[in-house]
Design a protein. Structure first.
Length: 124
């Protein structure tokens, strides 16, 4: 599986990737303690799962066919995520470090603009 949308905590473990891919970039997005200058206890994430999963699958397929050969795993938490906890993980492994970093940036930008995941801050 290339992605996971679930309330499960994001593990701090690196899974095994295919041989020959020597560069790994990992983006971990953590819920900040402030939203627009106001303290929050966390963020409530929701998604329209059928569309979100379809959009993620299309994003991965399109990116794999148009960019350097790579493996990717994306996990976005749903439900309440407390401040200080990770809400999204993007892990990319490819042959070269520059491509791994660029692919992480690409996936994050596309998730933010294409995938129907909504956030609602829970103010402290």
């Amino acid at each position: 599986m290339d992605f996971l949308l679930a309330p499960d905590p994001i593990p701090d473990a690196t899974p095994t990737f295919s041989p020959g891919l020597g560069a790994e970039a990992r983006f971990l997005g953590v819920v900040r303690e402030l939203e627009n200058g106001r303290p929050i206890s966390g963020i409530e994430y929701s998604a329209y799962l059928p569309m979100a999963e379809k959009q993620l699958a299309e994003l991965v397929a399109t990116t794999r066919s148009s960019r350097e050969d790579h493996e990717v795993f994306i996990q976005h938490r749903l439900g309440f995520v407390a401040a200080g906890e990770p809400s999204i993980l993007i892990r990319v492994r490819t042959r070269h470090s520059a491509a791994a970093f660029e692919l992480c940036r690409h996936y994050l930008a596309e998730i933010k603009t294409r995938v129907p995941i909504w956030k609602k801050p829970v103010f402290a």
